[in-house]
Design a protein around this ligand. Sequence first.
Ligand code: 13P
Ligand code: MG
Ligand code: MG
Length: 357
Amino acid sequence: MRLTLSILKADVGSIGGHTKPSQKMIDATKQAVSEAIAKGLLIDAYVSHTGDDIAILSTHTRGPNNTEVHQFAWDTFLKATAIAQKYGLYGAGQDLLVDAPSGNLRGAGPAVAELEFEHNPVKTNKVRPAESFMMLAADKCGPGAYNLPIFLGFADPMYCAGLMLPKLIKGFTFNIIDMDNTEGDSDGEPAVSVSAMRLHNIAGTYTGKDDPVALMRNQGIFPAPEELVSAFTKAHYVGGDARGSHVMPLMPVPINTAVSGIYCLPLVSCTGFSVDASGHFSENVNDFFDNPAWDYVRTKAQEKALYMREQGWSGAAMLPYHELEYSGFRDTVEGLMKQFAIRDGHKKAAAPVAARR
Ligand code: 13P
Ligand code: MG
Ligand code: MG
């Protein structure tokens, strides 16, 4: 069969600030998903959150950008929004940026990562005798957060020794999305799909962070899980956290982790799935970062964060001026600029504006 994997993800409200959705929101999402499976819209699904973002991962046979699947996710996010509103949660409906999606969720606010491929997991299938993949979900960061680890995992034999083996030696083709010129976009390629939403570009103002999701197929003709997760040991600096405007390290965390760390450190979860011949997920998932092996990296991320933010927002700690998410920061700087006067150094110094008032 032609199988589609879809991650549809949105921040539609959270408890005690931008931390995590409420249990009632998660329960309502799970309930809606069960109904969609019972109706035959989806084959299987997995609901989780990373920080304040709810992710619906599903299998179906309707292809990427399917109107019904995307509309179902939108309606489900609206249900969770209504709960967030009822209980006075923070940022209710934050990522639902339009009144109604036109056909699919792209450009409407929620993050979308989808892969479609031929699914025939039998022993005689030389290419893909079993289907295994990972879901990545990140909070408090921009869409480029995965660029470095995914590049290293798929292109650098120092991380993916499998690239020296016959099955992988041809390497992979990368389709790079230019997020400022999106007219000619095509859908991803079959190894990886990364969401490429820039909420600021959709809404025209800062409404919340992009918080990307990704699908990565692994094993066989693709890198092994350990080759794909290894680059996350860097806790590399990414753009986005703390008012969407700072540069901070990406900390690997278990799935369903709330934001509670210093300066709302950017988080990433990584969950492993297998899919049977009928498109159903395995009974359990593998939570890659829920392991003491990652405790050192978490500590390292916190240390890197402290070092960076020891200098407050100055210099490299804050995003470049044109990337700042809060236009309020720019307005403040422009307000200051107006107070400057050019002095003629050869004449008597002009009095500062403030003194002239
Ligand atoms: P969220 O999109 O996760 O709500 O992020 C808000 C933010 O800017 C945190 O710094
Ligand atoms: Mg939020
Ligand atoms: Mg978020």
